[in-house]
Design a protein around this ligand. Sequence first.
Ligand SMILES: Nc1ncnc2c1ncn2[C@@H]1O[C@H](COP(=O)(O)OP(=O)(O)OP(=O)(O)O)[C@@H](O)[C@H]1O
Length: 283
Amino acid sequence: MHLTKVYKQHVAVNDINLKIKAGRMTAILGPNGAGKSTLIKLLIGQLTPTAGTVEMNRTRQPGVVFQGSVLDDALTVEENLRLRAQQYRDVPKQRVAELRVQLGLTSFFHQRYGTLSEGQKRRVDIARALLNHPEILFLDEPTTGLDIQTRTVIWQLLHDLQQREGLTIVLTTHYLDEADTADNVYIMTNGRVCSHGSAAEIKQRYGRPQLVLTVAPNAQPTVLATLVQTEFHVTGNQVICLPTDMASAIQILTICQPNLLDFEYRPSSLNDAFMALTGKELT
Ligand SMILES: Nc1ncnc2c1ncn2[C@@H]1O[C@H](COP(=O)(O)OP(=O)(O)OP(=O)(O)O)[C@@H](O)[C@H]1O
């Protein structure tokens, strides 16, 4: 609550209130330098806040996956996991074998960690963080630097863990499509949270749907005359309208139909919301 972290003069995290819901996936979305990693480090207790407190109801230590791995390149996947398992007091013997199956590590289980692909490494890192059966798993940008297929696999795996095991997941990302599927999203810029809620709520609050009308030759004046109550701009033979909701988009289409060659309806996206909130695109 009211978490703040100041590095010398720089305020990296500025008075942030965060509520993590048990058994859900929470995404902290923001561009590079927004303060996401600092926030995660405050939540797991790796950094001491300059002000504010963290309250966590849990019995076991949380699992944490950092941006850089803590595993040994020269050891195999199995050796790494067995070694790490020994560092906890009560990890049952079969836990490593369980995670091998659950995270799909079998085909490279006896391969040295340093020789794995980035996606394979990420899976082993997640297995390592789950050795002591944590109730909550923190991941700092788990999919950054991965190709799109591998990102999808890792993302699916995290959703499965959350849904099947009831694991609470908190992760940072700068990919909008990933945040879109989380249960709860916090949008961060310059150390502050500028919006939070479900992706659908944020889109509804800040996003604007677009209706793109491709207008028949010479019909533009007629179409524009009907748009008295709608914001729009014109590019070539296209009129880009910003209706307030789907119902008003349908109304525009009904009135303009005789003068249209084509149309496209684009529902509001998290990117629109991000732009509306920050004036910048999240790239
Ligand atoms: N140890 C430190 N000393 C001074 N400034 C720091 C330190 N760590 C981070 N910062 C600064 O704090 C700000 C937030 O950094 P942080 O790593 O939390 O951002 P981020 O959102 O995680 O970015 P990225 O996506 O690039 O990891 C940045 O401006 C960064 O330069």
